[in-house]
Ligand binder design. Structure first.
Ligand SMILES: Cc1cc2nc3c(=O)[nH]c(=O)nc-3n(C[C@H](O)[C@H](O)[C@H](O)COP(=O)(O)OP(=O)(O)OC[C@H]3O[C@@H](n4cnc5c(N)ncnc54)[C@H](O)[C@@H]3O)c2cc1C
Length: 487
């Protein structure tokens, strides 16, 4: 075991003293969001007394951002949870209020924003992403800070000051649900207020909520129609000039207001590898390529789809890999993305679950070299009944049951579980196939939109997962590189 760092570091002097007498491995988790908390709870369960957990977070609280979408409509209020309560005090872990500023991986030291130096045996980077506003002249809904602006927009729609609004998803790589939720709840609100404003939903997808498969597309299409939301697929917003919303690939839509979702980037921290947008490449167990004892999970990783449920699944893989390395009786499973989405509609919620990589691909992006897993397992489901339990908006195996009761509890009997049992895949199939196929699918989507830089990033993320790309995607990489460099 590495000895703790003894150099001065205001925040950590106490920690170092404790760990000098301590046989447990020091696991430092940077972040205070979904991936960080899921890692903490999973490690507490899987590795027990083998680890001494430390959470490094600039925030005092964890806010359930997914629910802030409903706040302007007064349909729900996002709860926040005290991180001290979750971390649980000295016996279970320690909360350090600071930020990760860099890493010295060879010395296994994390450097913090206040100049602290924290020695670790294992570091988990779960610091999320940075939000960027994709289009000037629009309201970008990122979370609670944007609720007042959304409220003003709703007032304008109700008063007839604005007579139309478009909710526009800028890219297929984004978690699309908030755009659908905002459109549906806005339509319900406008109707309740006796107003007649038009509500549009624009999406680059060919079918609405395409990642969730045909049953979800049919269900959401019917729901949008019932709420009077006008749907325009294969349409990404490009520019706003006055009332004209120009669409990528041509065409315009005339609306009074436009609401979008944020584009994401990640901070480029010294000592950590990153792609062109700052995202950290990881393998299928969340190990940061090329660095011993460093893992990453959640939005900060290069995996191309950013979602809370996926962040939690990545965190579970990381926790299993760490626990197994420390001798715990755990067989680490690789990242196999399962999307679980709880859509708030302004009425009864809709539950969606899918393994997008198992759905038949569109003919336009079909790839002969990647065998799709057409097993007996149902790859997608949409229902007004909960498809997992507890039926949380943030479907983390450990975090969802924890937040459902908001108190420490014996976790093993309380894990998140899907409600319809599905038969497993045969053992001969590649362990890494699921995450790889989803990354490749998203790369194809980007290339279809001519966003070759994003497509190449997705290929890099796919390559990081298992070390090599399928040969047909090596060929695509060459083509996309050439297309990106073309004047
Ligand atoms: C409007 C909106 C609605 C959404 N709805 C849903 C939904 O319904 N379901 C769903 O699954 N997902 C949803 N998402 C996506 C989901 O919020 C993210 O995918 C998820 O939060 C990612 O988790 P994370 O832990 O990687 O990052 P975050 O949850 O963003 O957490 C990152 C944490 O790291 C901390 N941090 C930042 N920098 C540092 C640093 N340098 N050092 C230490 N700590 C740092 C931050 O303070 C934060 O606590 C939504 C996103 C948005 C924007």
């Amino acid at each position: 075991m590495l000895m703790p760092d003894t150099r001065p570091g205001r925040a950590l002097a106490q920690t170092s003293e404790v760990s000098a007498r301590d046989e447990r491995r020091r696991v430092l988790i940077a972040g205070g969001g979904v991936a960080a908390l899921e890692t903490l709870l999973a490690l507490r369960e899987l590795a027990g007394r083998r680890v001494r957990l430390m959470l490094l977070s600039p925030e005092r609280e964890f806010l359930l951002r997914a629910v802030t979408v409903a706040e302007a409509f007064e349909r729900a209020e996002a709860r926040s949870y005290d991180l001290e309560d979750i971390v649980g005090g000295d016996e279970h872990g320690q909360l350090v209020r600071d930020s990760l500023r860099g890493v010295d991986p060879s010395a296994r030291i994390a450097i913090t924003s206040t100049g602290g130096r924290i020695g670790y045996d294992v570091l988990v980077v779960a610091i999320g992403a940075i939000t960027r506003r994709p289009l000037a002249g629009t309201l970008t809904f990122c979370g609670r800070d944007d609720v007042p602006a959304l409220r003003r927009l709703l007032d304008d729609l109700a008063a007839g000051i604005a007579r139309s609004v478009a909710f526009a998803l800028p890219s297929e790589r984004m978690w699309p649900l908030p755009a659908y939720e905002l459109a549906l709840m806005t339509a319900a609100y406008v109707r309740e207020q006796g107003a007649t404003a038009e509500v549009w939903l624009l999406t680059p997808e060919e079918e609405p909520l395409e990642l969730f498969g045909p049953s979800a597309s049919r269900a959401i299409e019917a729901m949008l129609k019932e709420h009077g939301v006008r749907l325009r697929t294969s349409s990404a917003p490009a520019r706003v000039r006055g009332r004209a919303l120009a669409l990528a690939g041509g065409g315009e839509l005339y609306v009074d207001r436009v609401v979008t979702l944020p584009q994401l980037e990640a901070p480029r921290l010294p000592g950590l590898p990153h792609d062109a947008h700052g995202f950290v490449p990881v393998d299928a167990h969340g190990r940061v390529r090329g660095l011993d004892g460093v893992y990453a999970a959640g939005d900060v990783t290069a995996f191309p789809l950013k979602q809370g449920g996926l962040a939690a699944q990545q965190a579970d893989c990381v926790a299993e890999a760490i626990a197994a390395d420390l001798g715990a009786p755990v067989t680490p499973s690789p990242f196999k993305p399962v999307l679980r989405g709880l859509l708030m509609t302004g009425g009864a919620p809709l539950y969606l679950r899918a393994e997008p990589q198992r759905l038949p691909r569109r003919t336009t992006v079909a790839n002969e070299a990647i065998p799709l897993h057409r097993s007996v397992r149902e790859p997608s489901a949409a229902s007004d009944q909960p498809l997992w339990w507890p039926p949380a908006k943030l479907a983390g195996r450990y975090l969802a049951p924890f937040l459902a009761t908001a108190r420490p509890q014996p976790l093993s009997s309380q894990l998140l579980a899907d409600r319809v049992a599905v038969p497993g895949r045969s053992a001969s199939e590649s362990e890494f196939a699921d995450a790889l196929e989803l990354a490749l699918l998203l790369a194809d989507c980007d290339a279809r939109w001519g966003d070759y830089a994003a497509a190449l990033d997705a290929l890099d993320a796919a390559e990081a997962l298992q070390g090599a790309l399928p040969p047909s995607y090596e060929a695509k990489r060459r083509d996309w590189l050439a297309a990106e460099r073309a004047p």
